[in-house]
Design a protein around this ligand. Structure first.
Ligand SMILES: [Zn+2]
Ligand SMILES: [Zn+2]
Length: 123
């Protein structure tokens, strides 16, 4: 950290352990460090996903969780639609649409999983 992200004031002369900007009292982002080699990454853009010093990925993959949600939503949607259809609550095009949506969710989750497996086997 060399300058405040909010007010842009120079903070380089201040002690390194300050947690709040003395000018605008905005919490200062902690120095970003590579979890693998410990090099300072705070001067690099936030977008980088791979450490330029050691080549290790910086961000934890959250893909798996998203796929789980897709799968959960799909199964929930299909089972709910089925249940409502059995109960005679509704049917016709809306039910078909909901079923298709549920299948799409499940397919999306599977596509993501396949892609992950493919990535693993390549690397
Ligand atoms: Zn500030
Ligand atoms: Zn590194």
């Amino acid at each position: 950290m060399s300058s405040c992200a909010k007010c842009g004031k120079d903070l380089s002369n201040l002690p390194a352990d300050i947690t709040v900007c003395p000018y605008c009292s905005t919490p200062i982002e902690k120095v970003r460090k590579c979890p693998h080699c410990g090099k300072d990454l705070s001067t690099l853009p936030n977008k980088i996903v791979v450490c330029p010093f050691c080549g290790n990925p910086l961000k934890k993959k959250v893909k798996g969780r998203r796929e789980g949600i897709f799968l959960f939503l799909g199964v929930l949607l299909i089972s709910l639609t089925m249940l409502l259809m059995v109960m005679g609550a509704f049917g016709g095009p809306i039910a078909v649409l909901l079923l298709a949506l549920g299948v799409t969710f499940i397919l999306l989750s599977f596509i993501g999983q396949f892609r992950r497996i493919a990535e693993k086997t390549v690397s």
